[in-house]
Design a protein around this ligand. Structure first.
Ligand code: SAH
Ligand code: SF4
Ligand code: F3S
Length: 449
């Protein structure tokens, strides 16, 4: 637990409101929760809308151009609020903060502080100084020399929660800004993770999702690799379900899938395996470390070793120099690998990255057309694929009840969202649901008693 900074030891009767808006991946969702927890310890109270807050933090993402624009326009929206409320302080955290550092404040002087991705635990101190002394602060250094110790902080972890296992990334895919915004890769210790998961389980958590940019390269100080970590958490803790994201195809091996299969009662049979492109030359220029054929082989190995497993993927269309023929190789991959869902994006040139400097960039129109063709193709396939669930009974971990329809919802081990009717308090229980109607993103069914 962190000590309260001195600037906050004073007036505990008054609580300032804090509002954090979150962009980007699950890491940011988890970091936002950490920020709320840290700020609560120093007497801030989370509020639901920015106009109730004396502290607004934008937890930003810079993986593509759009989220960066959103940060700028969101800051712009607070200008009037700041003029009306002299107590209001505005900060930017996350990947844009790390990438832009003090430049953000120079461009948008209404920003009071910028806090990088490695500096979150300094937030109470930074906020204290900004609030009480009116300082303008930038804290965005990477802590490369320090071990990665970060007990999960979560005010109300609920049924399912995220647990960071690694941070940073050393892969330097030529399109990706993440190695520059999250720094070098580091792993938490095995012992700390077991203790963390045990604590969460005691607080009622039933499912953890282990997070890392490339979970497969997890390597703890005790010498555990990712497979050993999964096995250890499945056998040495009482957690009921384990998920993880994201895997890197180059580091994904049979041994890991065998561990998943052997501990299937706990480790969910769902793998998000980002392919990025279906053509080997494009993959090489992306610096992904695998070919089309190697990827297909691994996907097949997963489905053979773990029958009934589901796959999803990330795809970038319109990477510099991508020809029509190369794009068609990405389309044809969908006929070979049965992805239940795809997350596809237009290539977006990012600062510091190699591919952004290449001259053979595609036009926006070409990228948009390809994205549409890819989604059309997947839609054609996805309905048919979902139909196989009709008539099946799935194990669903109930996460809550929809306030409008009063239907319960939860996820199956395959990561499908399932809606069903039920009575009593089912939240947190694992129940069997017979699927009656299946759509690509959601399933509807009947509770089996
Ligand atoms: N670590 C994960 C990816 C993190 S970023 C992995 O290696 O798979 C999430 C996704 O954003 C990526 O999988 C990729 O599909 C997409 N992405 C990253 N950089 C991008 C860029 N410059 N343009 C478009 N999409 C990008
Ligand atoms: Fe980015 Fe590649 Fe690292 Fe994923 S593996 S975060 S795509 S550099
Ligand atoms: Fe975005 Fe940073 Fe995550 S760039 S996707 S918030 S690691």
């Amino acid at each position: 637990m962190l000590d309260k900074p001195e600037s906050f030891q004073t007036d505990m009767s008054h609580r300032d409101g804090v509002f954090i808006s979150t962009y980007g991946c699950q890491m940011n969702v988890n970091d936002t929760e950490r920020m709320y927890s840290l700020l609560e310890m120093v007497n801030y109270e989370p509020v639901n809308t920015p106009d109730q807050a004396n502290l607004i933090i934008i937890n930003s993402c810079s993986v593509r151009e759009k989220p960066v624009h959103k940060v700028h326009s969101e800051v712009g929206r607070y200008r009037k609020m700041k003029e009306a409320n002299p107590k209001l302080r505005i900060g930017v955290a996350g990947c844009v903060a790390q990438q832009e550092k003090k430049r953000l404040m120079e461009d948008m002087p209404i920003i009071d502080f910028v806090i990088g991705t490695d500096a979150i635990d300094q937030l109470p101190d930074v906020v204290g100084r900004v609030r009480d002394q009116g300082e303008k602060l930038v804290s965005a250094k990477f802590e490369h020399g320090k071990p990665y110790q970060i007990e999960t902080l979560n005010r109300n972890p609920g049924v399912s929660t995220f647990v960071n296992i690694t941070k940073g990334c050393d892969n330097f895919c030529t399109f990706c800004v993440v190695p520059f915004t999250r720094g070098r890769e580091r792993s938490r210790s095995y012992a700390e993770l077991v203790a963390d998961v045990n604590t969460l389980t005691q607080r009622g958590v039933k499912e953890v999702t282990l997070l890392g940019q490339n979970v497969n390269s997890y390597k703890s100080v005790e010498g555990y690799d990712f497979g050993a970590l999964l096995k250890g958490l499945a056998t040495e803790t009482d957690i009921q379900r384990i998920r993880y994201t994201t895997s890197h195809p180059k580091d994904f091996n049979r041994e890991l899938v065998q561990i998943m299969q052997d501990h299937r009662e706990k480790i969910c049979e769902y793998v998000h395996l980002p392919v990025q492109a279906g053509n080997s030359e494009v993959l090489e220029r992306m610096n992904r470390g695998y070919t089309r054929e190697e990827y297909i082989e691994k996907a097949q190995m997963i489905l053979d070793t773990m029958p009934g497993a589901t796959l999803s993927t990330d795809i970038i269309v319109g990477f510099p120099g991508e020809t029509e023929q190369q794009f068609e190789d990405t389309l044809s991959l969908l006929d070979i690998v049965p992805y239940e869902s795809i997350y596809a994006f237009k290539y977006s040139p990012r600062p510091f990255t190699k591919a952004a400097r290449w001259e053979d960039q595609l036009t926006e129109q070409e990228k948009s057309d390809r994205l549409q063709r890819l989604f059309d193709k997947h839609n054609e396939i996805a309905f048919g694929m979902a139909k196989k669930y009709e008539g099946q009974s799935l194990k669903v971990l109930v996460e809550g009840q929809d306030p409008e329809t009063e239907k319960y919802y939860g996820r199956s081990t395959q990561n499908k969202t399932v809606y069903f009717e039920g009575t009593g308090d089912l939240t947190g229980q694992t129940v069997d649901v017979l699927i009656r109607e299946a759509f690509p993103q959601t399933l509807r069914g009947r509770l089996l008693l």
